[in-house]
Design a protein around this ligand. Structure first.
Ligand code: ZN
Length: 344
């Protein structure tokens, strides 16, 4: 869909300015309220867009400036979930967290991100990508005292996500991405109903659709978990065959500094692949040559017109300086390989 060879993008989030929320932290509190908060979020979105544009990123996003968290913020806008009634559950089999409860039928009384998407659309002519949480990752951050079935709740969320996605498409979003880090953990469920609920979420969409599957932000619980995975991370092997057969257009995955064997990309042959060439779990800024090297390796398994250079995951927990450096490295690294491919 992109006319540019190797179009660059980010997996989603970018750091927030310190005047909006405490930086380098997840679930950071807003520093404004009401109308002032609305204005401040929009200003931050414009700053984030300017930084992406300045770095030469081809497919831009809102940097997730208007949300506290990639899953929670969406759920906050739904009926049927009580944020005051909290229970402790284990998230992605990795760490315990106090989470809200599903107390009745879930529904979306009004759109969640559509105004933000219209605002972004009005400020750029570039392709825009919008991230939503995937159904399986949503259910994994909740205590369900109503449906008492992970699968049932996932189907309900898929229906709701589809409503939101259709409105985002109408607002001019070019790529809608569903974040499903849970796909790297619950393999049986992915095959039984995970991919099916994801396909329900994209039903009827004409824009491009993506799924982002990763090993998480660079927070301690995730880096500790990664230590237990051994030398070769083959988790993608479980979900890729099913995704290869699905209607999803793009698969976003983690490749930089990860122990994912690059040849696993072969399992999604035919799909467009957003290749993570920026490690978000370290403050060390990649050199353009390191980025180029990862992209060259990926090119052995994905055709050049289907390779979209990206980041491993969101950069919300990083400092703005580091994130800016990484955006530049991504852009410059992609440019090196683009020149090689075009022979100039
Ligand atoms: Zn991620």
């Amino acid at each position: 869909m992109s006319k540019i060879l190797l179009p660059t993008s980010t997996a989603g989030s970018l750091p927030k300015p310190s005047w909006l929320a405490e930086p380098e932290k997840l679930w950071s509190e807003w520093k404004f309220e009401g109308d002032e908060l609305l204005q401040a979020k929009q200003d931050a979105l414009l700053v984030s867009l300017a930084e992406q544009t300045h770095a030469g990123i081809d497919i831009v996003s809102d940097g997730e400036q208007t949300r506290q968290h990639f899953v929670t913020t969406f759920i906050e806008h739904l009926d049927g979930v009580d944020f005051n009634q909290r229970e402790t559950v284990r998230i992605r089999n990795r760490y315990d967290a106090s989470v809200p409860s599903v107390v009745g039928e879930v529904s979306r009384p009004k759109s969640v991100f559509v105004d933000d998407a219209k605002f972004l659309r009005a400020h750029t002519d570039k392709l825009i990508k919008w991230a939503l949480p995937g159904p399986m990752t949503m259910i994994d951050t909740l205590y369900d005292g109503h449906y008492k079935s992970r699968e049932k709740l996932a189907w309900e969320f898929a229906k709701i996500l589809n409503e939101e996605a259709r409105e985002l498409e109408a607002a001019g979003v070019d790529i809608i991405q569903f974040d499903e880090p849970a796909f790297n953990v619950f393999f049986d469920e992915v095959n039984d109903w995970g991919v099916a609920t994801l396909e329900r979420a994209i039903e009827g969409l004409k824009c491009q659709t993506a799924v982002h599957i990763c090993y998480g932000y660079g927070i301690k619980a995730n880096t500790d978990w990664k230590q237990t995975l051994g030398n070769e991370w083959r988790q993608y092997e479980e979900s890729f065959p099913k995704l290869q057969q699905s209607k999803i257009d793009i698969v976003s995955l983690e490749c930089q500094n990860s122990h994912v064997p690059m040849d696993l990309i072969e399992l999604i042959r035919g799909k467009t692949v957003m290749v993570g060439a920026i490690d978000v779990a370290t403050n060390q800024i990649e050199t353009p040559e390191q980025v180029a090297d990862t992209l060259r390796k990926a090119l052995q398994f994905v055709d050049a017109d289907k390779l979209y250079p990206s980041t491993n995951c969101g950069m919300a927990p990083l400092s703005r300086t580091v994130a800016r450096g990484k955006l530049n490295a991504l852009s410059e690294g992609a440019a090196i390989v683009r020149r090689e491919l075009l022979g100039k």
